[in-house]
Design a protein around this ligand. Sequence first.
Ligand SMILES: *[C@@H]1O[C@H](CO)[C@@H](O)[C@H](O)[C@H]1NC(C)=O
Ligand SMILES: *[C@@H]1O[C@H](CO)[C@@H](O)[C@H](O)[C@H]1NC(C)=O
Length: 254
Amino acid sequence: MLISQASTMAVMAVMVAVVLQSLMLVMAADFDAAATVNTNRVYQPCTDTKIQRLDGFTFGIAFSSKNSFFFDHSHQLSPCDVRLSLASLNSQFALFRPKVDELSLLTINTTDFYPDSYGGYMVAFAGRKYAARSLPAFVANTTYIVTSFTLVLEFQKGRLQNLYWKRDGCASCSGKSNFVCLNKQDCAIKTSSCKNRGGSGDCSISIQLAFSGTDRHLSVLNSWYEVSNLRQYSLYALYSNLKDSLTSQYNSFF
Ligand SMILES: *[C@@H]1O[C@H](CO)[C@@H](O)[C@H](O)[C@H]1NC(C)=O
Ligand SMILES: *[C@@H]1O[C@H](CO)[C@@H](O)[C@H](O)[C@H]1NC(C)=O
């Protein structure tokens, strides 16, 4: 879907302002010792690009109600598409720029940001003419919050084709008393156990990234292979600079 450059820019201005206001981005873990040069000069999520391995790649995550990601209540559009007018609805945006094919954990601090007060769902997105977006994923309502996700970014010849949430059918939390399995797919905790919501836990949202497919030189992206071979929570132990408040939430898994 094509949207005019001018409208895209207007949306972006709003998005960036909102991000700076209320969301914090933490990039964790640099597994690649060799310094590499970024060749991707596209820093906006609503612009098309073609990447090579270890380039930075910008994408966004929008938080809103499930319905607001659909046009005419029927087809899901990218949050970049002005027909959704997400910026004027009750929504929040976060921007990330991970390195392609590097194991990365994104965290969104929920100390002052309650996803349930912005509709409780999130969509990952990037691109304009070649717009890609994930399905809306449930994050939180007043009772439950899902704090751990795996997002796969699939490229073909360097162009983003698809973004999807990879789930393990609650295998990683079955039998853990502080977790509830929602809809047979998401491990959730009670919102009331979160800091500032009556509890003491750090309910920041963590998103493990994995890359699959090929870059523009047809080099194969491997990080999906690494992530799929490790269980969701065991990956957290790899991020040595992760906040204690976060790892303590998952200590029972290590
Ligand atoms: C979130 O922010 C609060 C307050 O600034 C801080 O105490 C906490 O450690 C942060 N959590 C993470 C995971 O960064
Ligand atoms: C929160 O979401 C869960 C899972 O979808 C659902 O069972 C529950 O009824 C919801 N609670 C509220 C207050 O909407």
